[in-house]
Design a protein around this ligand. Structure first.
Ligand code: PEP
Ligand code: MG
Length: 519
């Protein structure tokens, strides 16, 4: 580290100057046995939970709608009867309420850890347990940020309940943890504030010091001099039509409802496995049909792509291992039933395939069940090299950049130390996407992207310029992607893409893309 310079993964393309506010989460107290009767201890715990629940409700009234929704979800989590039951079991084993809530939280987080979509729930649970402990020990812990900015928030990582409290005074964020696809990254992108994540020495930055955060360069520089950045520079002015359709990634009914509030034109990825992760037995056809119908009815209009169950080490589906072909047949039947019930044509794709014969088997089975638009995710290097063989087999491919970059660089998705390898701006990944898209086009196959790469609005322009025909991303990223994709012409997007391809590393690719953007 050069003196006063901090490097990390930049999220967004803009810069800001502000004074740091370092958020240090309190530590949990050491485990302690209770001197009280279990009934009294339980009463203490229930009262503390009620106080935290009321605090969350009160805060929800003073923040914007989306933040209020996050806080209300937290309120439901802290009132969760399973969490309370677990904590009460610990009380019966003789622990204090402080220790019991912490132990209960740990049991819950252990079962969720390693599942990317639940990583945020883990920091939420820790946050809630800390709040309960704070109330119990009369040292309430809530995040308080100065009302007047500009503030640069510095933290190990941020939970959704913490980012929900950001006001306009927060102009940038620096975290030591997280990666380009973490919750902090998604929220900062949505708020259009620069963030720097996976910054090793972040916590060595002191409180109250002036700092410039430059997401485009992936760098923060200590500076006492206040620098005014032109926020308009990063807001793209719509020039014309949207370059490519923007769809959403969802995993349940709530996601479908949230997506329907955006301008997304349909669903580019429905991760069906997320509703059944805790199951030991396969869901029945009628059970699945009912859920799929509910989701289809809640989702925004446009294409709807179901992805069949995707089981991986970070999201194991126990029942899928027992009889995979029967599970697939039943799932395809349920998807087909749901399209008939709702009267809406749906598409289906398979995850993680790597050979032509697997794709052929899937395609036959999907069509036999009555689904006409059949595709496959391209998220293994093996399949990425065999796109031309898919001619006449599938109707579309959807590039899963999250797993494709994991496979390309042999880098674990959840490991912050490897975050720079899974950065979707890696030139090798961009080149691979270009090859996939050009082969797919020659084979008459539509190619989209549904990995997190699509959620970066500048990268969305690059992808459109590379010839990608549709993009799909989490709901919070939809608005800005549409804004960016309407601000340039296709020729301009092509110029931005070919500039990005000249980059020798992540930073250069991003810089060259930025420089190629029309003013
Ligand atoms: C991907 O791998 O890019 C993808 C979209 O699938 P998932 O994140 O569900 O593995
Ligand atoms: Mg994947």
């Amino acid at each position: 580290m050069e003196l006063g310079i901090f490097e990390g993964i930049g999220v967004g393309n803009n810069s800001a100057w502000g004074k740091t506010v370092v958020i240090a989460r309190p530590k949990f107290p050491a485990s302690t046995k209770s001197a009280l009767d279990p009934a009294e201890e339980t009463k203490r715990l229930r009262e503390a939970i009620a106080v935290v629940s009321l605090q969350l409700e009160a805060t929800a009234y003073s923040v914007d709608d989306q933040s209020a929704e996050i806080l209300r979800a937290l309120q439901l989590m802290v009132q969760d009867s399973a969490l309370l039951a677990e904590a009460e079991r610990e009380i019966l084993s003789g622990w204090t309420s402080e220790t019991s809530i912490q132990k209960a939280m740990e049991i819950f987080t252990e079962s969720l850890s390693g599942i990317p979509t639940f990583e945020d729930r883990i920091s939420d649970l820790e946050d809630l347990a800390l709040r309960v402990v704070g109330v119990l020990s009369n040292t309430p812990w809530t995040l308080e940020l100065p009302a007047v900015g500009p503030i640069v928030v510095v933290a190990e990582d941020l939970s959704p309940s913490e980012t929900a409290l950001f006001t306009d005074a927060v102009v940038a964020v620096i975290t030591s943890g997280g990666g380009p696809t973490s919750h902090t990254a998604i929220i900062c992108r949505q708020k259009n504030i620069p963030a720097l994540v996976a910054v090793k020495d972040a916590l060595q930055i002191g409180n109250g010091v002036g700092i410039i955060v430059d997401a485009a360069y992936g760098m923060a520089t200590l500076s006492d001099v206040s620098v005014e950045f032109d926020a308009k520079q990063t807001i793209r002015i719509p020039k014309g039509s949207l370059l490519v359709p923007v769809r959403g990634n969802i995993g349940n009914v709530q996601d479908a409802k949230a997506l329907a509030k955006t301008q997304a034109s349909g669903v580019g990825l429905m991760r069906t496995e997320f509703m059944f992760l805790s199951r030991n037995t396969a869901p029945t056809i009628s059970e699945q049909t009912e859920l799929y119908v509910e989701i289809l009815e809640a989702a925004p209009l446009g294409e709807f792509i179901f992805r069949t169950f995707d089981s991986a080490s970070d999201k194991p589906l126990v029942f899928l291992e027992i009889n995979p072909s029967e599970v697939l047949e039943n799932q395809l039947q349920a998807i087909s039933n749901s399209q008939k019930t709702v009267g809406r044509n749906v598409s289906v794709m398979a995850p993680m395939l790597s050979s032509l014969s697997e794709v052929r088997d899937f395609e036959k089975q999907a069509r036999a069940s009555g689904i006409t638009n059949v595709g496959v995710m391209v998220e293994t290097v093996a399949l990425a090299g065999a796109i031309s063989e898919l001619e006449g087999v599938v109707d579309f491919v959807s590039i899963g950049t999250n797993d494709l970059s994991r496979d390309l660089f042999q880098a674990d998705r959840a490991n912050p130390n490897l975050a720079s390898l899974t950065d979707p701006w890696q030139p090798d990944l961009l080149q691979m996407i270009q090859r996939i898209v050009s082969q797919a086009t020659l084979a008459g196959i539509a190619a989209g992207v549904c990995g997190e790469a699509a959620a970066d609005p500048l990268l969305a322009i690059v992808l459109a310029g590379l010839g990608v025909q549709s993009l799909s991303m989490a709901a919070p990223a939809v608005g800005q992607a549409i804004e960016y994709l309407s601000s340039v012409t296709m020729d301009e997007a092509k110029a931005v893409a070919s500039s990005a391809l000249q980059g020798k590393n992540v930073l250069e690719a991003k810089q060259l893309a930025l420089a190629a953007l029309p003013n």
